[in-house]
Write a protein that binds this ligand. Sequence first.
Ligand code: AMP
Length: 354
Amino acid sequence: MTKMLTPGATIGILGGGQLGRMLSVAASRLGFTTHIFEPGANPPAGHVAHRVTTAGYDDAVALAEFAASVDVVTYEFENIPTEALDLIEATRVIRPGRRVLAISQDRIIEKTFLNDLGLATAPWAEVTDAASLDAAIARIGTPAILKTTRLGYDGKGQARIMAPADAPAALAAMEGAPAVLEGFVTFSAEISVIAARGADGAVSCFDPGENVHKSGILHTTTVPARISEGLRTDAVLIAARILNALDYVGVMGVELFVTPQGLLVNEIAPRVHNSGHWTQAGCAVDQFEQHIRAVAGWPLGDGARYADVEMLNLIGDDVARVPEFARQPRTQIHLYGKAEAKPGRKMGHINRVL
Ligand code: AMP
């Protein structure tokens, strides 16, 4: 039997953005307290957490104190420095575990892991300089996308190569960082599976959602995705296979391309995911509660979908439309408490029950 954390216990969360905020709310509902560790000032999660430590990931004293004050540690983003994880793991369990972070922090390690599991990805090749880029283009062809292997998100650190002549500019955009060239996938849809695995090994996947991106940032997620029953099953099996292979505990987002040849895995995110926000309106137990349950050693909840939902991200000035959304029926509004609506900044989202 896995030990269940009892209400009153404290969950430490690395990262204080909107995901940490919604995890804190879910944890509070289950009777836990949360402690956020975040380098930036005034983090969105800090408004709803019980305690915040403002310190850098290189602050060994702050990390040790943080670890000592919590019962278990989880995170809301994957780019936590290895040394910080070492310090925390000296005294506390981190869920999901270390291996998935090493994998998801590096696109090449991630694609190798997925391909070794027998899962298909876009064709890819490692790129370190002009010669390896030319060789990669010769093998994969164009159009293609060059991506930095590390620290990319929301389409950042990416350059399109429409023809071989675009190669030097794309390489320059990587600013000397190691990169991976991916063949451009002509997909009929982008979907994602938000999947959870409990400490007891039980797996529960939310229904796949269909994602639309704008300028590399998620715009909407709609459930149900318009895919066949066969693909729906494939998507869930792929996610479950990844979770089991990693002995994963927590919620993961698995992004997939729907192609005529079947599903290709785009990337995995070892955390709650923007494309899973619809679960707040579509399921009895949403992705945030599911993650906290897993991390706390509780049985997973019922993630069956009971409504059709569209999630719309409020990016930058979109947040000015909140009064309009507030008048709409069957619409849930989630705002992240960010002061300034900068372009490209995720300010909130709405879930519309269809
Ligand atoms: P990523 O940061 O890798 O998830 O990429 C962000 C978005 O860019 C994806 O959700 C897709 O819409 C698009 N994209 C990324 N890689 C590819 C690819 N190999 N082929 C086609 N579109 C892609």
